[in-house]
Structures are given as C-alpha cells and as structure tokens.
Design a protein around this ligand. Sequence first.
Ligand SMILES: NC(=O)c1ccc[n+]([C@@H]2O[C@H](COP(=O)([O-])OP(=O)(O)OC[C@H]3O[C@@H](n4cnc5c(N)ncnc54)[C@H](OP(=O)(O)O)[C@@H]3O)[C@@H](O)[C@H]2O)c1
Length: 253
Amino acid sequence: MDLKDKVVLITGSSQGIGKETALLFAKQGANVVVTYNKNKKGGEDVFKECKKIKGALLANLDVTNDESIKNCVEKTIDKFGAIDTLVNNAGVLFNKDFVEQNANEIELQIDTNVKGLIKMTKAVLPYMQGQNSGIIINIASAAGKNAYAGLSAYCATKFAVRGFTQALAKELPKGIKIYSVNPGLTATKMTNFQGVNPKKVAEVILKAAEEKINVESGGDVDVWKYVLEQKPSDAYHGVKRRIGEMFGGNEKG
Ligand SMILES: NC(=O)c1ccc[n+]([C@@H]2O[C@H](COP(=O)([O-])OP(=O)(O)OC[C@H]3O[C@@H](n4cnc5c(N)ncnc54)[C@H](OP(=O)(O)O)[C@@H]3O)[C@@H](O)[C@H]2O)c1
C-alpha cells in the first residue's frame, strides 16, 4: 500500500520507535496522527515536524483509558474521515524479577501492552471494515518470541500480542491485514538508549505498512532479519543492569 495521502494513527509517537515511525511515514506523504500520553512536549515536536511535510493531527491518548481511545479515534475521523493504518506501538516495560514487581507494575504492562492494543484495534476496525481496507501493525518484540529473566510479565504481554495478531488475521476480510513487528533491542528511553537506532526499526515498520514484505497476514515481521546488526538472541541481556537500574529493579544473570 502506497502511504501517500493515507491516514496513519500511531500510538505512543511522542518518542522512540513511534516518533521515528511518525516522521518516516510523514516523509512518505501520509497524514500522521501523532499521539502522546505523558510526554506532551515530545508529541508537539513530532507533530510540528510532520505538519511541515503533510497534514497531521496531534492527540493526547492513554490506551489504558476507554474514553481517551474513543476521543482520539473520533478526532481522527473528524479531521481525515478515515483510518488506513493503525500502528499499535505504545508500550511499557519493567525490568526486574517477577517476585519483585508490584501489582501496579504488572497491571500497567498488561493494561498498556495487551488490553490497550486490543482496545485500540477494536475502536479502529469498524472504520477499516467500512472501507474494506486497512493495515494494522502491532509492535510486539523479540521478547514475544523468546524468554528473558527479569521480563516475565513483559514477555507475557508480547507473546499475547502475537497470539492476538495471528488469531484476528483469521477473522479479518482479505482487504484488512495485520502483522506483528518484532524489534530486538532498540536504543530508546525504554532501554536506556542501548541497541539499534529506532530509525532502523521505523524503516521495517514502513516496509510492513507498505506490504513490501513476504509475510502473510497474522505473521511476524522480525526486525533482526532486516536490520543486520540486531540479534534476537542477545536482545536485552547486555543491558539488563542499565534497564533494571532505570526502573529501580535488580540485576541478575
Ligand atoms: N526499545 C526496545 O528495545 C524495544 C524492543 C522491542 C519492542 N519494543 C516495543 O516498541 C514499542 C515502543 O517502545 P520504545 O522503545 O519506543 O519506548 P519509549 O521510548 O519508552 O516509548 C514508549 C511510547 O509509548 C507511549 N505510552 C506508554 N504508555 C502509554 C499509554 N498508557 N497510552 C498511550 N501511550 C503510551 C509513550 O508515551 P508518552 O512518553 O507520551 O507517555 C511513548 O510514546 C513498545 O511497544 C515496546 O514494547 C521496544
């Protein structure tokens, strides 16, 4: 799908992978809906950059809040009249042993990474069904395919995203495609800026959105197959101490 003039809604586009995806999609001529949760300044900066190139919209979005999801989707339809591509990118990670994760940390990972992603999809799908076309990109992870100590709850959420993607693909009409894009370690705030440049991950997300990949709907787009310096096997291990310290967790293994 050529992204020129298409409407793309990206959750969590105030920084990191979502930000780079927003900027890259705008360069392809897409109308980008830039969303932020807490990082308003980041969202505004990305919005300004997108707006220089193409029509763009800035929206506050908390994917753990039903009303916020509804408002964001309605705002998008009011402005652009359609949603052609949804990039479910918003996510959180707590890196420490499961017994040390408190209930809030566990719930936030599930509410954001799984329930938020499913609810966003539920809110956007009726518009895609009305058009009988659309692409949904779910940002899962290498941690949705491999297990890492210190990331048990996070791994559970990312395995869930891949399961949801695979099952929903079997229900969707031919015109609507859905993929899991699985980055390995990527240099964003989430990893204390260790890993590959998020611009590289954005390029793979773009390939998936343009369907320039040989993957069936429901399938995995593993970023390390396209970005050679990225390896799923060592994703997170080398930086565990730093991720753990950043989130106040412990370090092991
Ligand atoms: N970095 C990696 O190594 C890596 C590897 C594999 C997969 N991933 C996945 O890639 C995605 C992006 O992560 P990142 O590395 O770019 O992390 P990041 O820099 O920490 O960005 C996370 C984004 O998610 C947004 N967000 C968090 N909670 C939200 C909520 N409740 N509602 C809406 N937005 C929310 C944040 O918004 P605000 O800042 O505005 O609050 C931010 O824009 C995540 O799904 C992550 O799990 C990352």
